[in-house]
Design a protein around this ligand. Structure first.
Ligand code: SF4
Length: 332
């Protein structure tokens, strides 16, 4: 089974509860950024995510309040770098106590700090950023040795009994041969799953490492082939979308983002408006406009944060899609 059964059933229960209440828009995954401080400055990351001062971080109370407000069954703790957050163990335990599933997104460098205090739990997955093999990943993270350290921490996580997956951004420089090599290597060290997505062209990044629409389709047609041989967590319907074989509206409300500056609208990616409170955010973003993808900043966006939720919400439209997803869920 691809995803653990308890995650799939909690997600289905959440969807049924919202359907019963008549809600058409509701969060699926909370993107929780407790801090905008990082020990790296990767080439594809928005500077606002790594330049922040640690003292400006959200408190654990503020984070858990966001978990309650969003209500989503899955919480992705990202940032910044979560392992730099001094209260990380307390935060993870607090989210688990609320019966949510945690994806702890990390570059892995300081993961041993978390391993010393934390504990494996069926509601916790460690999600390590890995953008290729050694040379490419060290280039993307702008520091030598990061690949080796990330791999060491993946192996250690598996040894300790954690669920460990990876998150890979595909850039213009990324060769699919190398992605295949990485999938083979990660499989050999026991990875639980791999997420692959094209990068987003943040306005603040001047260098052009990012793919345009046609280039994304070209590379992801090949990623789609890889998904038949390796345990990818990216859904086949999302990969078909990235490969240009189907279309979706965006679902920016599916993954709301809480940051030290407030709730970020319209989506995880666009450096738009920060809202002080949940109600201002949820009622203040023009969701119709952003779902339509008509904004210039959406033209080359094929990010999983915007479109994996679209796969979920459009699943009922076509029974063949349900069958595709069921086969994928039970294939490995
Ligand atoms: S298409 Fe991408 S950039 Fe536009 S709202 Fe959706 S997730 Fe954000």
């Amino acid at each position: 089974m691809r995803f653990p059964l308890h995650i799939a059933t909690d997600m289905m229960r959440w969807q049924l509860a919202n359907w019963w209440r008549g809600n058409t828009r509701y969060p699926y995954v909370l993107m929780l950024e407790p801090l905008h401080t990082c020990n790296l400055a990767c080439i594809g990351c928005s500077p606002e995510r790594y330049n922040g001062d640690l003292k400006d971080r959200l408190s654990v109370t503020q984070c858990l309040e966001a978990v309650d407000q969003a209500g989503a069954p899955v919480v992705s703790i990202c940032g910044g770098e979560p392992t730099v957050y001094p209260e990380l163990t307390e935060l993870v335990e607090g989210v688990i106590a609320r019966r949510r599933h945690v994806y702890l997104c990390t570059n892995g460098i300081l993961l041993d700090r978390f391993y010393k205090k934390g504990r494996p739990h069926r509601r916790l997955s460690i999600n390590v950023h890995l953008d290729g093999m050694r040379e490419t990943h060290d280039m993307v993270t702008a520091r030598a040795g990061v690949f080796d350290r990330a791999v060491e921490m993946i192996k250690e996580g598996k040894r300790l009994g954690y669920q460990v997956c990876t998150n890979t951004t595909v850039y213009r420089e990324t060769s699919i041969e190398e992605i295949e090599e990485m999938c083979g290597f990660l499989t050999s060290i026991g990875i639980d799953g791999m997420l692959l997505s094209p990068g987003y062209h943040y306005e603040a990044i001047k260098e052009n490492h990012f793919l345009y629409r046609d280039e994304i389709h070209q590379k992801f047609r090949r990623v789609l082939e890889l998904s038949k041989r390796y345990r990818l967590y990216s859904t086949p319907l999302f990969l078909q979308f990235a490969a240009g074989q189907r279309d979706y509206p965006c679902t920016p409300w599916g993954n709301p983002t809480r940051t030290p500056k407030g709730w970020k609208g319209p989506c995880y990616l666009i450096e738009g408006t920060y809202y002080p409170g949940w109600k201002d955010f949820w009622g203040g973003v023009d969701w119709d406009y952003w779902e339509s993808r008509q904004d210039a900043r959406c033209q080359n966006c094929f990010m999983h944060s915007g479109f994996e939720p679209s796969v979920v919400r459009k699943l009922g439209d076509n029974p063949r899609d349900v069958w595709t997803m069921l086969r994928w869920q039970f294939a490995v």
